[in-house]
Design a protein around this ligand. Sequence first.
Ligand code: FAD
Length: 379
Amino acid sequence: MDFEFSSEHKALRDTVRRFMHEEAEPLVREADETERFPRGLFRRWGDLGLIGARYPEADGGSGMDKIADCIVREEIGRVSQAFCAAFSAHSHLGIWPIWKIGTAEQKARFFTPAVRGEVVACFGLSEPEGGSNIRAMRTKARKVDGGWRISGAKMYITNAPCADFMMLAARTAPELTASSVSLFIVPLPDPAVRIDHLRKEGLRGSETGLLAIEDLFVPDSGLLGGRVGTYPVILDSLAENRVGVAASILGVARGAFDEARRFARQREVGGRAIVEYQAIAHRLADMAAAIEAAHWMVYYGAWRVDRGDLDMSTASKVKLVASENALKVTEDAIRILGGAGIMRDHRVGMHHRDALVYVIGEGTSDIQRNIIARALGED
Ligand SMILES: Cc1cc2nc3c(=O)[nH]c(=O)nc-3n(C[C@H](O)[C@H](O)[C@H](O)COP(=O)(O)OP(=O)(O)OC[C@H]3O[C@@H](n4cnc5c(N)ncnc54)[C@H](O)[C@@H]3O)c2cc1C
């Protein structure tokens, strides 16, 4: 066992940290206020090879690994979880399935420019009737001459308002079974897809859409993989991304912790820095322990991805612990700051709003527990 990052991983971490501090941090406040994502970041992440961190060089990636991808997400999340949500929907959910099962033509047209940050991707899975039950999907694709006609709705789709294409999940058979779920690549904008920009309490610096899809034509070349057999790819993609998302939530917890510790050292009450009060020091100690627990789970999950044997239950454990710990840590950070924690001059409130999204997004904590419990029954 080796608990050390390699020198390449450390160098990557320093690069992302510097970039996020110098170029992205100044954009956070405006993005949070305007609820618009600064799209130029995709180009810069592409230039730095961050989008392709976990993809092989032969496919246009940076040839590193999942540990590298998690380092990137942790450092982005530390500054802005909203920016990392945009990164995740693009660099993983929107393009990982193309990398995995796409044709050479699909890779050249969508994957390669996306890894460079030249175009923006999104992933349309969740629907207004419920995001937790994928198999109950109502969006339907009907086979027609030369392609498919798709109608339905997609809810809470990150990047949709600014995306150049969408990885769209739809049912291609009337029965509600796993084999009836297929994936399509849909260039955007398209007159058959109306996208409403949703306003949010958390992740305000990322853009989220409600999509109404009415009789959208997708040519046969837009079907990803076969009509049948894509469901396991979706599940694998979600499992891997639960580890990636956990890395970014770990970053949020660190961001909140850093601010709380700084504040506790500077803020004086009753003639003493508040960090000298045991109540504050113990709270910081609990936060540090919760962050450390999430850290090891995230990088264990990444290591399992790199070994090619990540299972759903492990991914769910990683995501469950990282998100619930981050929620607690960010709340504790607000408590340490007192009234200042409620003020927008500080970032802890934003971090808490953002952490709250991730006990829901990417599968709620209840759903993670269902997956873990189901696996316990299989022991
Ligand atoms: C900011 C944001 C960004 C998102 N981005 C994307 C995106 O890019 N692409 C995408 O496809 N989706 C996206 N989502 C959707 C997200 O994955 C869903 O919100 C999530 O899966 C939950 O679905 P739901 O909101 O419909 O809740 P529901 O499924 O309606 O669940 C409501 C409640 O019931 C509970 N519940 C439901 N079923 C069960 C069960 N079987 N057992 C126990 N409890 C249950 C849930 O835990 C929850 O508490 C995003 C969501 C948010 C908030």
